[in-house]
Design a protein around this ligand. Structure first.
Ligand code: 5RP
Length: 230
């Protein structure tokens, strides 16, 4: 699987041009991309990156990639990131690594988003992967009730689990928030659910990325498949 992830990352690297301002994703697939980009930079390519997590920041710095922030610049040429699920409309579930908030801010500030993944991430309908919903700790029960109402309106249901870290404590995001993982099974109308979740006050962000990815690079046993949004 790791070899496939690296192949997808290598294919996406072909889309990167000298001088580009890049969003750098988070996760095991994006890690391969940052690694390969670092090789290019050390060979003389000039790019500047905005990392989507502290983990990616540390890796990019170690690789010698010049970094900036979305305070210094307000727009990026291209973001390359992984995903937990991709559907045929190129809508995504992201946030398995807990970086969904910065990932969505960075993707939304980019002219183009390319998703890199092994082909196990390709699904007919989103939802088998638990949907991450980033929440403010204050008023958690009220926020969960509002989320459950949104689920009912969107015709989905399932257990909501507060994410914990490996040490058993509540997982805290880079932004200081918590994550609820919603086990929904199948989300028939992901854009509708995304809209319903976005207006809940205690929800900071959710892992449905609707209309953001322009291209997906899927690596599988049969080779690389590139899917572009129509
Ligand atoms: C992190 C993410 C990741 O892109 C997603 O979890 C995929 O990770 P991986 O490449 O390790 O499978 O959204 O928040």
């Amino acid at each position: 699987m790791d070899g496939l992830k690296r192949q997808a990352a290598a294919r996406a690297l072909e889309e990167v041009r000298d001088g580009m301002k890049l969003g750098l994703g988070t996760g095991s697939t994006a890690k391969h991309f940052v690694d390969l980009l670092g090789e290019k930079v050390r060979a003389g390519m000039k790019v500047v990156g905005v990392p989507t997590s502290e983990a990616t920041r540390a890796q990019a710095e170690a690789c010698g990639i010049a970094l900036t922030t979305l305070d210094e610049i307000d727009h990026l040429d291209l973001t390359i990131d992984g995903a937990d699920e991709v559907d045929p409309a190129l809508n995504l579930i992201k946030g398995g690594g807990g970086a969904l908030l910065r990932e969505k801010i960075v993707a939304a500030a980019s002219d183009r988003m390319i998703v890199i993944a092994d082909d196990s991430k390709w699904v007919d309908a989103l939802g088998r992967f638990p949907l991450p919903v980033e929440v403010i700790p204050f008023g958690l029960a009220a926020t969960k009730a509002a989320i459950a109402k949104a689920f009912a309106e969107a015709g989905v249901a399932g257990q909501m689990v507060l994410r914990t870290a490996k040490d058993g404590h509540v997982f805290v995001t880079d932004g200081g928030h918590w994550i609820i993982d919603a086990h929904l099974g199948r989300i028939a109308d992901a854009p509708r659910l995304a809209g319903l979740l976005s207006v809940i006050p205690g929800v900071v962000e959710h892992g449905l990325f609707i209309g953001l990815a322009g291209m997906v690079v899927l690596a599988g046993a049969q080779g690389i498949r590139v899917v572009e949004r129509r």
